[in-house]
Design a protein around this ligand. Structure first.
Ligand code: GLP
Length: 269
């Protein structure tokens, strides 16, 4: 199976399972190139990665990170920026040297040049080994809003009203306060990651998750492009899974595939 959907009981199980997979990959490849995502869903995942690091499951000191996206116009120390989010949620908590981390620079004087430099930096690092992804209300991955080309590269994108409303909570509740544009890895950039983990929790994601994973591939929903990826896992809770047609089969897969044996024997996952 190329895209594999793992349904866990609660968001806490999802966060622990995703963190465990990340830590296991780092244990196997200490200099892993990790693609990081932001958003509320990822907060619990980073909490669990931090907890796992402190418990000695893996040491992230050699890891390099590339984030999916950053708002245009927000400097790295702006509290609404993804630079700030990542330092608060992960980098500072595990003592990861900021030299090993990279996000697009949303205040670069030439955003097209910054986008090209970002692509070069990913290539120079040898490509992304494991890319974490959240799922936007529009079905976006990164900030690849509807009709993003499925072969797109890192570039500037205008955000939809739906996305600005979804992220308004982080900007005092007013969608108009959410930056209107972002720099984001393209769908094509994301598809080049050697492994992808898409994470979605909560009933609000149920309909878009079903369209993203079981619907036809379309540029209207950039997450559908993941159906083309040879090594993509989708980790969701029961609420997010509630509109999936194939859930009985997906459950069978987690409960029976040998790959998941070490995970399913742990009730916390
Ligand atoms: C933002 C990010 C996306 C992320 C999405 C999910 O839009 N740019 O990469 O997938 O948030 O947000 P949440 O987890 O808060 O639902």
């Amino acid at each position: 199976m190329v895209v594999e959907i793992l349904i866990r009981p609660t968001p806490a199980h999802v966060a622990r399972l995703v963190a465990r997979i990340v830590l296991d990959r780092v244990r196997a490849t200490p200099a892993l190139v990790l693609g990081c995502a932001t958003g509320r869903t990822m907060e619990a995942v980073y909490d669990e990665i931090v907890a796992g690091t402190r418990a000695g499951h893996a040491d992230l000191a050699q890891v390099r990170t590339f984030n999916l996206d950053e708002y245009v116009g927000l400097s790295p120390d702006d509290p609404g920026s993804y630079h700030h989010y990542m330092r608060e949620r992960l980098f500072d908590r595990i003592g990861l040297s900021l030299e090993r981390t990279r996000l697009p620079n949303g205040v670069a004087p030439d955003l097209a040049a910054e986008a090209r430099a970002y692509e070069r930096a990913i290539a120079d690092a040898g490509g992304i080994d494991l890319q974490l992804l959240g799922l936007g209300a529009t079905g976006h991955i990164g900030f690849n809003e509807p009709l993003s080309a499925l072969m797109s590269r890192t570039r500037e994108k205008a955000l939809t009203p739906t996305t600005r409303a979804q992220n308004a909570e982080m900007f005092g509740g007013d969608p108009a306060s959410v930056p209107a544009r972002a720099l984001t890895m393209g769908v094509g950039t994301i598809l080049e990651a050697r492994e992808v983990l898409l994470v979605a929790t909560g009933g609000a994601k149920a309909a878009i998750l079903a369209r993203a994973t079981e619907g036809p591939i379309t540029a209207r929903i950039s997450a559908t492009a993941l159906q083309l990826h040879p090594n993509c896992k989708v980790v969701v809770d029961e609420a997010a899974a509630s509109e999936l047609e194939g859930s009985a089969y997906y459950r069978f897969s987690y409960d029976n595939e040998p790959e998941w044996a070490p995970y399913r024997s742990d009730p916390a996952l």
